[in-house]
Design a binder for this molecule. Structure first.
Ligand SMILES: [Zn+2]
Length: 689
């Protein structure tokens, strides 16, 4: 086969993969108009208490006007009250038992190891280590049917922009969608960041706890070079998988070590330090740019060559944090380039590139405010984080307004997550009781959350002006927000109370790398004597016979007794520091979930009181010594697994509603009803009137 034949084969394979995954190229024309047009803007994590306070103080005039004209209410969230779960219930109108998304993580019942939820992936395959024979397969694990798919099936024109849990982009009849969370970066993660600096010790080099890659820069005169870790090389990964099936010999060990050095495609980064000007010139992938201290770069386009047949396109931004006595260069996660996306980030596939033609490039990473992790790990400061978060919101806004220009939609659904990310990171500065409260920082950044609400309010004003006045206009959020002062280590509690058998761990601190299979998770746990274990942000699973590989708890009477025993003990847990009750409630599986995916549900779901969240090491399979401990991170506000009574988000709608206690599950049937589309049977939500 000649090179030309290879290329044709590749094109045909990719086209075939796309035809299956991505639907048609052009959105079809609407078949009919809706009874009433509906516009939705979601602000992730917008909290009803904060919204009410700032409306009362006259700081959110557009939301206030919407509330006065129509309805403002708390919107009950899901259990747990976290984005993947709540946005799935928003889209489908059903409880998690019917849509299968209980958390960011699922656990493998054979190995007990957690895996990332929301998508299932199968790697691409290659013939002779070079010719692609099958593209990567990515599927959503979410069940149920989104209301925009239902609306599309009835002939209504729909646009969906960056709503969480819409990756990979699903095909919508008569509609278009640009995916939001969990659209990955080019490394396949929720956002791996890079930090190249002179003041990094050899011990700090490598992967950080939260998806950072830290490299030490060693200057020879004014130049230093480091390698940028790009996407995993699927050909090398395939060879590694094949090697796993063979006998372990010296030769295979050498081969494995050699392959591991090539597991990621790398690009050299060269840095020229301009000491006199407090700046640096950076060269990588054929791009050269100069930054002054405190300056951000534009998007830098990068092409990563897998081999002579296959390459993938990404883009990233750099920020020169320091260039005085030390040099610190931050690199953002490598975003999928929307001009030529390697994964299905839009449907039709041409929608994402067409937007680039209209407004220029834009960030595609689902977790768009990606400077939160380096702020949490002390690699960026508050100023850089807020600048980047606002840039992310700029991009989301530009996309929404561009998509709104085509006035043929009858259903428009959009979401922005900047409100959530700023609240997570800056809560410590509005809560003087938080262990990470800092009066000097609070004087400078204590209004950061208020400012992002004001920005959201201003956007609502501009959107109302752009949307036809007779349309139903909805502003909503998936959950509210709380202070996260104290971390609660559920696995430590299970060990101390005899439900988990634990013989000790060697390593100290666990990293996200440990979580996703490269290291030791649940190290030292004796499963043959363990009855219950916690995974994720508030889920307790039983080691059930017939379900878990080494299950010891029998279904039926023993299961129910264990559920009641753990629940009744845990609910009385008090914080040793001030004797406060840690939990508002502990929920039994069958009391809160029902449906075809009930078998994947946690056996107990915890509901924290204000101030508490699952501890950091607990989420990573590490077992801390204390059950309740101070949260010493800048990630200081949270909402995951909060008790239902205090976890609700917001609902604003320009209609007077009389229905009481609206739930996030009610929006799908309510919107379909307004559009004049028959509401499918079997939804858990009700039509709000
Ligand atoms: Zn959040």
């Amino acid at each position: 086969m000649g090179r030309r034949t290879f290329k044709l084969l590749l094109t045909a394979l990719l086209a075939a993969a796309c035809a299956v995954a991505c639907g048609g190229e052009q959105p079809q024309s609407p078949l009919r108009r809706a009874a009433e047009r509906v516009f939705v803007i979601g602000f992730d994590g917008m909290d009803p208490t904060l919204a009410r306070r700032w409306m009362d103080e006259g700081k959110l005039p557009n939301l206030k006007a919407l509330a006065d004209e129509g309805t403002f209410s708390t919107l009950e969230s899901t259990q747990p009250s976290e984005s993947p779960t709540a946005w799935s219930s928003f889209a489908t109108g059903v409880n998690p038992g019917q849509h299968n998304i209980y958390d960011f993580l699922v656990r493998d019942t054979q190995t007990y190891l957690p895996e990332f939820n929301m998508v299932r992936q199968e790697p691409p395959t290659f013939l002779w280590g070079m010719i692609p024979t099958r593209g990567p397969k990515i599927e959503s694990t979410r069940g149920g049917t989104s209301f925009w798919v239902t609306a599309g099936q009835s002939g209504i024109k729909t646009t969906v922009m960056t709503v969480p849990v819409t990756f990979p982009a699903e095909s919508i009849d008569h509609g278009q969608i640009l995916a939001g969370l969990p659209t990955p970066d080019l490394r396949g993660t929720l956002g791996t960041y890079y930090y190249f600096a002179t003041d990094v010790s050899r011990f700090e080099e490598g992967d950080t706890e939260f998806l950072g890659v830290v490299k030490r820069l060693v200057f020879d005169g004014d130049r230093a070079t480091a390698m940028l870790l790009g996407p995993p090389n699927p050909i090398v990964r395939q060879e590694l998988r094949e090697l796993n099936g063979t006998a372990l010999t010296d030769a295979s060990r050498t081969k494995r070590a050699e392959l591991e050095t090539r597991e990621s495609v790398q690009i050299p980064v060269s840095v020229q330090w301009r000491r006199g000007e407090r700046g640096a010139t950076v060269e990588l992938g054929g791009n050269t740019f100069t930054l002054a201290e405190g300056e951000w770069s534009d998007w830098v386009p990068l092409t990563f060559k897998i081999n002579f047949l296959v390459s993938v396109k990404g883009m990233m931004q750099f920020y020169l944090a320091r260039a005085d006595s030390e040099l610190q260069l931050y690199g953002s996660p490598i975003n999928i380039n929307p001009e030529d996306p390697v994964f299905p980030i839009s449907s039709p596939t041409g929608f994402a590139p067409a937007l680039v033609e209209q407004i220029g490039t834009y960030r595609t990473l689902g977790w768009a405010e990606s400077a939160d992790k380096p702020l949490n790990e002390g690699r960026l400061d508050e100023k850089a984080f807020l600048f980047d978060a606002n840039r992310a919101m700029d991009d989301r806004e530009r996309l929404i307004f561009e998509a709104l220009k085509n006035d043929d939609w009858d259903l428009f659904v959009s979401a922005i997550e900047t409100t959530d990310r700023v609240s997570h990171m800056m809560w410590r500065l509005i809560d003087p009781a938080h262990p990470m409260y800092d009066a000097a920082l609070a004087a400078e950044y204590g209004d950061a959350i208020e400012k992002i609400y004001i920005r959201a309010d201003d956007l609502v004003g501009r959107l109302r002006a752009a949307v036809p006045p007779d349309a139903t206009f909805i502003v909503m959020s998936d959950h509210g927000f709380h202070s996260f002062r104290r971390g609660v280590n559920l696995n430590t509690w299970l060990v101390q109370n005899g439900y988990m058998a634990f013989e000790g761990q060697e390593g100290a601190t666990k990293t996200l790398g440990d979580l996703f299979g490269h290291g030791q998770f649940f190290e030292g746990v004796d499963w043959s004597r363990t009855k219950a274990y916690a995974v994720g942000l508030g889920q307790i699973y039983f080691n059930l016979r017939g379900r878990e590989a080494q299950g010891i708890v029998s279904p039926g009477a023993e299961y129910l007794a264990l559920q009641e025993e753990i629940r009744s003990k845990l609910i009385t847990l008090r914080d040793p520091e001030d004797d406060a009750l840690v939990f508002g409630d502990i929920y039994r599986r069958d009391d809160i979930y029902h449906g075809e995916f009930l078998g994947n549900a946690p056996d107990l779901e915890v509901g924290f009181n204000d101030g508490y969240r699952v501890g950091w090491q607990d989420t990573l399979g590490g077992i801390s010594s204390a059950v309740v401990e101070d949260n010493d991170r800048k990630w200081s506000g949270d909402h995951c697994a909060t008790a239902t009574e205090i976890s609700g988000g917001v609902l604003f709608i320009n209609r007077k509603l009389t229905s009481e206690k609206p739930s996030i599950m009610d929006l799908a049937p309510t919107i379909l009803d307004r559009l004049g589309v028959a509401v499918p049977a079997g939804l858990d939500g009700k039509i709000l009137r």
